[in-house]
Design a protein around this ligand. Structure first.
Ligand code: ADP
Length: 543
């Protein structure tokens, strides 16, 4: 017997409709690329999102066509979140920090039809448009008057002129909630970047779960500052959870230095902020130097990399700001676990509480997790034994976009995260290691394979292995161990110079270490664990 309740589809358009009806005066404040502060309300977000939808219809875009963005966190980007997905197209947030060649590869792979970009990224778009084979429409996120002439970009329009030509009335289409809503590429695994393709249903369930009290605890009384970029896993779902609850949103635009972020927190009475440890490191540096305090900030979610104990202590003990240490990944929309304390932890000494806070936390409802040994057998939750972490649930990937070959899932429909950790008796996960072959620097991925391939292209290099080294500011930085060809010569600086222009600047290794050999396993695979042992006394230059 089926239940007799209405079968309403969970669609992203319903979020902005709800926000407009119930929180029409809820504020959206953005620091713009132009440097000034822009403010308006959900009522206007909703009206302008409908203009976006009409503008996309006028371009004769089909259902599920991809609309790409190269943009900072800001109100126009938010309108695209709702207008693109709400009208049945797929929002593809490109990462502007990547090398232009990587952006071209990703845009072509996604078969983007439209590209909307901030003025900051005009030079990138000028450099790549002729190689983007599927993009037919270019829109710069600016006023008509700010649109530069003679860019060489075919048909370039300003966003304001583009949407301004269309009405703000629109009937959001109703369709299957399993339809794709947005996509995000990650190099979190080996090989070429891969895209997670989110659905309306997965996004809505993730937004609901993310707002729960023991997750991010989002309410209409919050003023939320996502420093985590909107091109990074949909700013961890915050734009959706905020609209669902009518929370005020504060967008930092391109200004992510400690001073700008602190000023925005104070001036906009931010209660909740989200970002990777590197961002908070910069902000804590700023407030510590200036002897400043927070007057409204009461919690911050920190994830993307392990949060250092000193940061948790500074926020919690010195500034009275609760740290929600969270773990997740692009393939998980991204929320997996969040560290909020249980009753039994409240009585603990501050030292013991810190031990709990350092963990990545317990699973959000909807995320099923387990740790397994190399044979795939489940390991106990004793907080000591570590194993490969597997997850499954309604906002966890089933397949990558245009996936060739086997599904990433293993038996039982589990997704192998590439992370290694322990789970304690209370269900708190602690990430102890990473089995996937990538390095994370300041919240952004560096593919060790890409770095190795560039090094190997140098005529003097016989073999190269890239590994991540702990770094106090960036969490990890890559170095490359190199075996020279017999009789060949190349210096450290020559080899580092060889990377310039071939990859994004942050992806260039910090150092080159020349070695006689790189340890190889039985199948000829480089054994990076062994290489780490060889380099155990090494420290990064300047650290
Ligand atoms: P995001 O940075 O938004 O979490 P990514 O897909 O870019 O998403 O990165 C996910 C990976 O980052 C995880 O698989 C894990 O290796 C690492 N990671 C994320 N959060 C944490 C954390 N709190 N502690 C340690 N590693 C983390």
């Amino acid at each position: 017997m089926l239940g007799l309740m209405q079968n309403h589809q969970l669609l992203i358009s319903s979020l902005i409709e709800h926000a407009e009806r119930h929180h029409s005066e809820g504020e959206i404040v953005s620091r713009r690329v132009e440097g000034d502060i822009h403010r308006y309300t959900y009522k206007q977000v909703a009206a302008r999102s409908r203009q976006v939808a009409n503008a996309l219809d006028a371009l004769k875009l089909n259902f599920s066509d991809r609309v790409a963005t190269l943009a900072w966190n800001g109100y126009r980007h938010l309108e695209l979140y709702f207008g693109v997905s709400g009208s049945g197209r797929v929002l593809h947030t490109l990462n502007p920090r990547l090398h232009p060649d990587q952006v071209v590869w990703i845009a072509n792979h996604a078969e983007d039809s439209v590209l909307c970009f901030d003025a900051t990224f005009l030079p990138i778009v000028k450099a790549i448009h002729s190689r983007c084979t599927t993009i037919q429409h270019y829109v710069m996120l600016c006023d008509a008057a700010a649109l530069p002439a003679d860019t060489g970009i075919p048909g370039l329009q300003s966003y304001e002129a583009w949407i301004g030509a269309h009405p703000s009335t629109y009937n959001w289409p109703q369709f299957d909630e399993n339809s794709a809503s947005s996509m995000c590429y990650t190099s979190g695994t080996t090989g070429n970047p891969k895209a997670a393709l989110y659905s309306h249903r997965s996004t809505m369930l993730h937004a609901l779960a993310g707002a729960m009290p023991d997750v991010l605890n989002i309410s209409a009384r919050d003023s939320i500052l996502p420093v985590v970029p909107m091109f990074h896993v949909n700013a961890w779902g915050l734009p959706y959870s905020a609209a669902m609850n009518g929370a005020k949103m504060v967008f930092p635009g391109p200004a992510m230095d400690g001073k700008s972020i602190y000023e925005l927190i104070e001036s906009e009475k931010v209660t909740f902020a989200a970002g990777v440890p590197t961002v908070w490191q910069m902000m804590l540096g700023h407030i510590q130097t200036g002897g400043l305090r927070f007057s409204t900030l009461n919690r911050t979610v920190i994830g993307g990399s392990a949060c250092p104990p000193a940061m948790i202590a500074a926020f919690n003990d010195v500034y009275g700001v609760e740290v929600l240490h969270a773990w997740g990944m692009t393939e998980m929309s991204p929320l997996g676990t969040v560290c909020t304390l249980k009753n039994q932890h409240l009585e603990l000494s501050s030292e013991d509480k810190m031990k709990v806070r350092l963990k990545q936390g317990r699973a959000v409802y909807g995320v099923d997790m387990k740790i397994v040994d190399p044979d795939g057998d489940e390991l106990p939750w004793d907080g000591k034994i570590s194993g490969d972490l597997l997850v499954r649930g309604p906002w966890i990937i089933e397949q990558y976009f245009k996936q060739e070959g086997a599904s990433p899932l293993v038996s039982g429909g589990w997704f192998p995260t590439g992370d290694v950790g322990t789970i304690d008796g209370n269900g708190y996960l602690q990430i102890t290691d990473r089995s996937k072959d990538v390095i994370k620097s300041g919240g952004e991925w560096i593919s060790s394979i890409d770095v190795e391939n560039i090094a190997m292209a140098h005529p003097a290099v016989l073999m190269a292995a890239c590994i991540g080294m702990k770094h106090p500011k960036w969490d990890e930085r890559p170095i490359i161990a190199v075996v020279k060809k017999p009789g060949a010569e190349v210096s450290r600086d020559e080899l580092l110079a060889f990377f310039v222009g071939k990859t994004a600047k942050f992806q260039i290794p910090d150092d080159v270490v020349f070695v006689d050999a790189i340890p190889l396993g039985a199948t000829g695979k480089m054994q990076k664990m062994k290489l780490r042992e060889v380099l155990k006394d090494y420290s990064l230059p300047g650290v």
